[in-house]
Design a binder for this molecule. Sequence first.
Ligand code: CAA
Length: 381
Amino acid sequence: MIDLTFTEEHEMIRETARDFAQNVLAKSAAERDENEKFFPEELKQLGELGFCGIFVPEKYKGAGMDSIAYIIALEEISKVDASVGVVLSVTNSLFGYPLLVYGTEEQKHKYLAPTAAGEKLGGFMLTEPEAGSDAAAQKTTAVRDGDYYIINGSKNFITSGLSADYFVLTTMSDKSKGVHGTTAFILEGDAPGVIKGVKEKKLGIRSSDTCSVTFEDVRIPAENRIGEEGMGFKVAMTALDSGRMGIAAQALGIAQGALEEAVKYSKIRHQFGRPIAKFQGIQFKLADMETRIQAARLLTFQAAVKKDRGERFTNEVAMAKLYASETANWVADQALQIHGGYGYTKEYAVERFFRDARITTIYEGTSEIQRLVISSYLLKD
Ligand code: CAA
């Protein structure tokens, strides 16, 4: 059983995240979304507050907290601005976690510490035009050349592709070995031969930037290899286990934000001579929204508890990500419905929540991939 007693530290991080979200992020979230505007200043402040390396030990300039704290913080931030939520999730999890697990001491000091402190931003490059759900089908090559590896190929849909400084990059170093022929590296984003594409035009999370990246004879020092040759897929999957927890928390934030807007609106909107909150049709919707969010939150905390115990949490986090992301979409849809025609306009935040929710069932493994992971545990001999 999981013990969900929050510590003073958890309450403190909740309060700090909520304050920052309400007092700093809220006033310009809609404008950032409209203008696809990144947020370096806000990220710097989040770094100073410890939000860029929440579970990274203090000796690597992190906040040294647990995964429950991570979920609490990401939910509070995403409740106000889900674009900031995903950028934090990627730098904490997809970049930071594999370095924490597989990185050398030198790599941790050189690359993890500055990202944990928020002085630099981390990203993750796995997806390719022909390797989305089938991540093992990646074609970007890494060929050893003395003390370097030469990288050629391309990646796409890279979150923070334009803004991040350092990336965890996975490559195919020996095609004949399939997933066991993949190798991961730390890539410096401004290395010669790294060519960034244009910023993608997206439906939601519009203030986080996404782009494709091409590699033309990029030289990465061998000391930047993460783990051994052939371990790249494992490194990527380990990163994604932690990443999916971040996306579950982001989805929780979107859902909670949409629910709070719906509650508020249903009390002030009058139809048929009374607030619409007085109608059972609305009350039942709100009750179902709250119940599903709470169930998603418990699943996410369950995955966090297993992670912090040092146990494998792949199955638990797949369930959390699946349920939280589907809940975010459903709740945002219900919240928009409660707002009626007004909810379809940019005057109300539910319109943004509805758009931002949509990606959560797609990135870091679609809902279909999460179901494959979960059923593989059920069907295992
Ligand atoms: N941890 C450690 N090792 C793992 C692992 C995990 N979670 N999952 C798999 N592995 C290991 C397996 O044990 C296996 O190793 P052995 O052969 O030594 O036993 C090896 O990896 C291969 O595993 P599978 O046979 O299960 O691999 P597969 O090719 O069938 O793929 C998959 C499995 C679950 C479908 C995987 O490809 C997957 O997760 N696909 C989705 C990709 C994804 O999530 N992409 C997200 C992109 S990043 C992103 O979206 C970021 C963003 O924008 C915010």
